[in-house]
Design a protein around this ligand. Structure first.
Ligand SMILES: [Zn+2]
Ligand SMILES: [Zn+2]
Length: 409
């Protein structure tokens, strides 16, 4: 899979560095200072102009999405992997997509002090994304009862243009692409600087000042001193409530899962007893099931969509009851790389995989609304087998190669 590469300078010492778009923790090889990358909403990248000198560059916005689209159909959940981008403004004669061009070059983070003017996107990511779903959901009919995405990368790409003698020139390759379109000059004159740049926060625990630990793509970082966990959100580090199932699993690998508590309307799903009935589980409802609150469990790491669904469905049906202790995992662990709010958007699709009999889906699911109310991160130990990691309490397994591959998704 292709990953965007970004040329960058260490915010501390100015040394050049190459980042990948999935990087969240940057450790400068020269001054050793470590920073957490943040963006207010999404990361914005600039494609380089071939010979920018003396040109009044205008940047056109393209929304980028790379990841899985999920569709709940009456016959089951289908998914497809896409790597796409699409023009985010309504302007004829600009290329509707950049194709794979951005993958072939070194990008830079868009910054307010850059030369040139940046056309603001007129279509939001959500609007553009709905178009992606339409496009790639074809062939599945209009039968999707719910849909979601698991994004490996979501961002905004800016591609440089300039006007010369009535022609619009693609400044990346220095080639004319047609006449200057109507409204271009006006839009260009009104355009300003990119709406929010990348931020670099010191990778230090906000509670005690100790170094935060994490791998380069980790979204949740831990403090080895006070045991707290933190994730970048809206330009700051916010605390993540974190628990761990620890026992006598010597040498276990800990995998992170989101436990999301929800308000569900349109169907009864508050307790474990409700789940037993909704999923038609082959067990009798015990009185204590009525007081055990239902939570969704879902992987907090990027993984192929079919594995994601299998793990989420399996753990949500089991509702693990082993006592969790607050804190970080004691041993080696896989980094949390999937944000809680993104996981929350997949809950309806996860639910669709649990409702039985499946014939009930089409009548039940459209009216269901799931609102996430809170989340905690849970690290579960997995024992290493020859081919799999196996969770001893639940017998849930994940293929070792699949987990290794997830790092390069
Ligand atoms: Zn440095
Ligand atoms: Zn701390």
């Amino acid at each position: 899979m292709t990953v965007l590469r970004i040329d960058h300078q260490c915010p501390q010492c100015g040394a050049p560095a190459a980042l990948e778009e999935t990087d969240r923790l940057f450790a400068c090889p020269f001054c050793r200072v470590r920073s957490v990358l943040t963006a207010r909403d999404c990361f914005r990248y600039v494609l380089p102009a071939k010979s920018p000198a003396g040109k009044q560059l205008i940047y056109a916005p393209y929304w980028r999405f790379k990841g899985f689209l999920l569709f709940s159909l009456p016959a089951g959940v289908e998914h497809t992997y896409v790597d796409v981008n699409q023009l985010g403004i309504d302007m004829q004669s600009l290329p509707p997509s950049l194709g794979l061009r951005a993958q072939a070059m070194k990008l830079r983070f868009a910054a307010p002090d850059m030369e040139g003017r940046f056309l603001p996107p007129s279509a939001s990511f959500t609007q553009t994304f709905a178009a992606f779903q339409q496009r790639f959901g074809r062939g599945r009919g209009s039968g999707a009862i719910a849909s979601a995405h698991l994004g490996d990368a979501i961002g905004l790409l800016y591609s440089p243009l300039y006007a010369s003698s009535g022609r619009l020139v693609d400044a990346v390759v220095e080639q004319p692409i047609g006449a200057v379109p109507d409204g271009f000059e006006t839009a260009a004159a009104a355009a300003g600087k990119p709406d929010g740049g990348v931020g670099f926060l010191p990778a230090l625990c906000p509670a005690c000042g100790w170094d935060l630990e994490g791998e380069r793509e980790a979204l949740v970082m831990g403090c080895g001193n006070c045991g707290s966990s933190w994730a970048p959100a809206a330009g700051a580090l916010t605390r993540v409530d974190c628990d761990c199932l620890s026992g006598d699993e010597q040498g276990a690998l800990y995998l992170p899962f989101w436990r999301t508590s929800c308000a569900v309307s349109g169907m009864q799903l508050e307790t474990y007893a409700d789940l037993v009935r909704a999923a038609n589980l082959p067990k009798r409802v015990q009185p204590e099931f009525e007081s055990r609150r239902f939570e969704f469990w879902s992987p907090a790491f990027r993984i192929k969509a079919n594995v994601y669904l299998r793990l989420a469905q399996g753990l949500s049906l089991i509702q693990p009851q082993e006592p969790l202790r607050p804190g970080r995992p004691p041993g080696r662990h896989h980094p949390a790389t999937l944000p809680a709010d993104e996981a929350a958007k997949t809950l309806k699709v996860i639910l669709s995989a649990m409702i039985r009999p499946a014939q009930r889906l089409a009548e039940t699911l459209p009216a269901v609304d799931i609102r996430a109310q809170g989340h905690r991160l849970a690290y579960l130990p997995f024992r290493e087998d020859r081919h799999d990691y196996i969770q001893p309490h639940t017998r849930i397994a994940i293929n070792k190669n699949m987990l290794a591959l997830s790092r390069s998704l």
